[in-house]
Design a protein around this ligand. Sequence first.
Ligand code: DQA
Length: 143
Amino acid sequence: MKKILVINGPNLNLLGQREPGLYGHLTLAGINDRLKKLAETLNLEIFFIQSNHEGALVDAVQLVGSQYDGGILNAAAYTHTSLALRDAVLAIDKPVIEVHLTNPASREEFRQRSLLAGAASGLVAGFGARSYELALYWFAEES
Ligand code: DQA
């Protein structure tokens, strides 16, 4: 069975209360519960990490390289700033899908550049919690 690690970055632990008009009312635990159920039906093993710290996210991406078959990464604000996370995605030999709840390309200019997009195997953005689910389908059916 394929093992997938879902990695969430800074402030995503506040989902549900954080700018609900943008990010919705589902908590991160709620999103993860939905993903767990979907993973079961897709015959995937799924694991979750959330951190507000850049280095911990780099560690998590490296873990994908050594212990998982792939990663789903919402690096949140670090998407737009972290060369270290980009290098981590490039350093491992496993597919990583970049996901976002919102569509950063339609938001402020400073969100329109992703340092990760060029390193990731794919990008799903703008579909709320479904962004993660679409990435999971890719792992089940295509990777
Ligand atoms: C986000 C988009 C980022 O620009 C922002 O910093 C986030 C969340 C999203 O999922 O839409 O924290 O990654």
